[in-house]
Design a protein around this ligand. Structure first.
Ligand SMILES: NC(=O)c1ccc[n+]([C@@H]2O[C@H](COP(=O)([O-])OP(=O)(O)OC[C@H]3O[C@@H](n4cnc5c(N)ncnc54)[C@H](O)[C@@H]3O)[C@@H](O)[C@H]2O)c1
Length: 416
């Protein structure tokens, strides 16, 4: 029997656990090693219990590199450069890796993303930028299903993509100086990437459509209110009177088809103030004479728990990511790791690395997404749409750090 393909994880928190659940659904893979500041023992125990191999808890990144075929970076955004530098050193020291995977966002700024791309180049290894929404089965299936319509009628002209929940689980996400911004940095990257992909004519590369213009607004609608600021301070240790970040962002990216000149639009929305059942991913696409719609809160499974039985619910998050309620009529997603695309993204990266090539989305693509996210911050700050074909705008983006990421946005976000 062929040897299993060995993944090594850096980080053992929220996404590493999700990805371990995804690995369980792929044939011929092990979670061979993990290094993290916290949670590594627990993740290793999960791997052992779930047939994912021995999962050695390592004392350094180099040790993980020496025990796996591909290394996946699931550490926080602020640790990207130091983690990737350690991987580069390990590869230069002889570690035999086949590929590097990195979670979104690739970088917190364009300069940081560019640095990460350059570091990866030093290894000469294939890369995968983990944008799970490109791999969601509903997105892939609509593409296949609507291929004849696209061929006959022309491509999708408007894509709308949003990701919304009631707010992240760790303090560092809420701190714009560590995370890189607020919800736009955290989740706008997903929605912009997914909408760009939806608009891309079938068979064309991910960056075929050229981004020509971006407009955006950011706002602090819930977590800046005194009552919620106090909760944030107590639960997450961040003070939004002093260093706030946006909890809502929306905008539009216009793309140009370089072959036909057609302009198409991606409308994105991200929020941490979505007080409904839990995480909702919503995407739709409108072509001439055809359309599709995805809503991750429309599950085939609902359960009901009345007040009398409410004690029976132990952990609402086993039902739905970022669940906000544990009684009443509840939406259950039975297999979120699969629904959100984690299974398919890891499998695709493994197959790509075995063939010696980049995953569907590589780190250069991650850099392009970082650029669009940062352009959205710049447009919101300047209160006007940006012409992305203007060399001056491109030059400004290279060194841009948003006011929000600098921790200087109390005025921009109207915190009272
Ligand atoms: N694709 C998605 O849907 C998705 C969802 C959640 C998070 N993410 C991304 O995944 C990354 C991790 O997020 P998370 O929610 O798992 O965070 P988390 O805080 O839950 O976990 C972070 C893990 O990294 C470890 N860590 C921290 N600093 C480290 C360092 N310097 N070296 C090694 N390990 C370190 C921590 O001990 C912990 O185990 C972030 O970049 C985030 O944006 C992506």
């Amino acid at each position: 029997m062929a040897q299993p393909f060995r993944f090594g994880f850096i980080g053992a928190g929220f996404i590493a656990k999700f990805q371990a659940r995804a690995l369980r659904q792929i044939r011929g893979v092990d979670l061979a090693a993990v290094y993290a500041l916290k949670g590594a023992e627990e993740l290793s125990a999960f791997a052992k219990e779930n047939g994912l191999g021995e999962c050695t808890v390592c004392a350094s990144i180099a040790e993980v590199c020496n025990q796996c075929d591909a290394i996946a970076i699931f550490a926080p955004n602020f640790a990207r450069v130091e983690v990737v530098q350690a991987i580069v050193d390990a590869v230069k020291g002889g570690a035999k890796l086949k590929g590097l995977l990195c979670e979104k966002p690739l970088g917190r700024t364009v300069a940081e993303a560019r640095k990460l791309v350059a570091l990866a180049k030093e290894t000469g290894l294939p890369t995968a930028y983990l944008e799970n929404q490109l791999h969601m089965k509903p997105i892939k299936v609509q593409m296949a299903q609507l291929a004849p319509q696209q061929k006959a009628m022309g491509p999708i002209a408007l894509a709308r993509s949003s990701e919304e929940h009631a707010g992240p689980h760790e303090g560092w996400f809420w701190d714009p100086t560590r995370q890189g911004g607020g919800v736009l940095s955290d989740m706008g990257c997903h929605s912009i990437a997914c909408a760009w992909y939806i608009l891309t004519p079938l068979g064309k590369p991910l960056t075929f459509l050229e981004p020509v213009e971006v407009s955006a607004e950011v706002a602090l609608l819930k977590w800046g209110l005194p009552k919620y600021r106090a909760k944030l301070l107590e639960r997450m240790g961040v003070d939004y009177t002093k260093v706030p970040a946006e909890d809502f962002a929306t905008g539009m990216v216009t793309f140009r088809n370089p072959e036909t000149g057609q302009l198409v639009k991606a409308q994105f929305t991200s929020s941490w103030m979505y007080d409904k059942q839990g995480l909702r991913l919503y995407m739709d696409g409108l072509g001439p004479g055809y359309a599709f719609e995805v809503n991750s809160l429309q599950s085939p499974l609902n359960i009901f728990i009345g007040d009398e039985a409410a004690d029976a619910v132990a952990d609402a998050e086993t039902a739905l990511e970022k669940a906000t309620a544990s009684r009443g009529l509840l939406v259950i997603e039975p297999n979120e790791a699969d629904l959100y695309g984690y299974v398919d993204e890891l499998e695709e990266a493994r197959d790509a690395f075995l063939a010696g090539r980049d995953g569907l989305a590589n780190w250069e693509y991650g850099l392009e997404i970082t650029k669009l996210v940062q352009a959205a911050y710049m447009a919101a700050e300047r209160k006007r749409s940006l012409d992305l074909t203007d060399p001056k705008v491109q030059e400004d983006l290279e060194t841009y750090v948003s006011l929000i990421a600098q921790g200087r946005a109390a005025e921009q976000l109207h915190v009272r």
